[in-house]
Design a protein around this ligand. Structure first.
Ligand SMILES: C[S@@+](CC[C@H](N)C(=O)[O-])C[C@H]1O[C@@H](n2cnc3c(N)ncnc32)[C@H](O)[C@@H]1O
Length: 365
């Protein structure tokens, strides 16, 4: 069915193909209620253990104490099964903080999962379908693995020209077609790196994230943006060796590099260009506060102490802790970026960056 819809729009850009595969309101991967989980196609930190959300709650409490605003709100976009929200609210409550939480969730199938997980906190949670609907707020905007799921432009270098990948669908067959890029926004992103690329070099450019930041900056009156995701600095993203880009598909816990294998039935992702998020932060009036790997962030916040507070200290709990902080797990592939819109720059750094703050990396090229 999705293939018919794609064929109807053919020829279409890869970006549009990815958008329909993931977000078509009826047949898209996410619209059909597919989410990260131990049994699903892939796993994310909030599904691993409640210690992740509990540790993040410590950072949130510190930010709350810094802002000291009565109408403090935590906004999370793409909240998955609602585990992160639940673990943050539970730990904060234990520490005497009863925060209000708002989830931005475009799909009712997914909202139903979240409602079940968050039943206990029903009176403090609201849902909206999009960032556009969100009123101005003060507090925290939080996301875990949101930006890696934004549709991207797929580009390829041939004969010294940069081309965009388009898709043609005929008789159920998907074929790629290259068209020369004319969009200046794409060139700005890949220069000066593209001159070092070899023939057939392929990569991605995410343009959609800029619209999101623009709207977010209009909505967040005062507060912090916490982004957790996997990604690279721009110079690593577009390095000559990464000649196949970062596009990956997940299907039943298997990683695939063919995005046309099962349209609408598998997740399609690409890594985040963190240099871009830093630039967008500046462009839209945020301070770039801190940047570090997930492992360092969680350890700085005292995940080892929180481990004793929120877990049974079993072998399984210990394995989960290691997976969250060690490089063999998600500890160094995933990064935490915190940006802020504030009246004044905070006097001291945030606890999550006490062991390391590598924000300077986002200013190198
Ligand atoms: C990779 S999943 C991550 C889910 C969850 N945060 C986790 O870590 O388990 C990405 C989620 O972001 C959602 N999403 C994508 N774009 C969004 C947007 N503009 N607003 C809200 N949610 C969005 C997708 O529907 C999907 O549920």
């Amino acid at each position: 069915m999705l293939l018919d819809i794609l064929a109807y729009e053919s020829p279409l850009t890869f970006e549009r193909y990815m958008e329909l595969c993931l977000y078509h309101p009826e047949h898209g991967y996410y619209a059909r209620g597919n989410l990260p989980s131990k049994k699903g196609d892939y796993i994310t930190s909030p599904c691993i253990h409640k210690i992740f959300g509990a540790t993040l709650a410590r950072q949130i409490i510190e930010i709350y104490e810094l802002l000291k605003t009565e109408d403090f709100l935590i906004v999370e976009a793409g909240a998955g099964q609602g585990f992160l929200a639940s673990d943050i609210l539970e730990y904060s409550e234990k520490k005497g903080y009863t925060f209000n939480y708002l989830i931005i969730e475009p799909f009712s199938t997914i909202k139903e999962f979240q409602e079940k997980t968050l039943l206990k906190f029903k009176s403090r949670i609201r849902w909206l379908k999009s960032l556009e609907e969100l009123p101005k707020f003060k507090g925290i905007f939080l996301s875990n693995e949101l930006f890696d799921s934004f549709p991207v432009k797929l580009i390829q270098k041939n004969k010294r020209k940069i081309n965009e990948v388009w898709i043609e669908i005929k008789n159920g067959n998907i074929k790629e077609v290259l068209k020369e890029v004319e969009d200046d926004k794409i060139f700005k992103r890949i220069e000066p790196y593209s001159s070092f690329w070899e023939e057939n070099y392929r990569t991605e450019v995410c343009l959609k994230v800029e619209d999101f930041y623009k709207i977010l900056s209009e909505k967040l009156e005062e507060g912090f943006v916490i982004t957790i995701d996997y990604g690279y600095l721009r110079q690593d993203y577009y390095s000559p060796e990464r000649n196949k880009g970062t596009l990956l598909c997940y299907y039943k816990h298997r990683i695939m590099d063919n995005p046309y294998f099962k349209p609408g039935e598998m997740d399609i992702t690409s890594h985040v260009d963190f240099t871009l998020l830093r630039e967008l932060g500046e462009k839209y009036g945020f301070l770039n506060i801190g940047f570090t790997q997930q492992g360092s962030f969680l350890v700085s916040l005292g995940i080892n102490e929180i481990f004793y507070e929120v877990s049974e200290r079993s072998w399984k709990d210990m394995e989960a802790l290691k997976f969250l902080i060690f490089p063999e797990g998600l500890g160094s592939s995933h990064w935490v970026l915190i940006q802020a819109k504030l009246k004044e720059k905070p006097e001291k750094g945030l606890k999550g960056f006490s062991l390391s703050n590598r924000i300077y990396l986002l200013y190198t090229n």
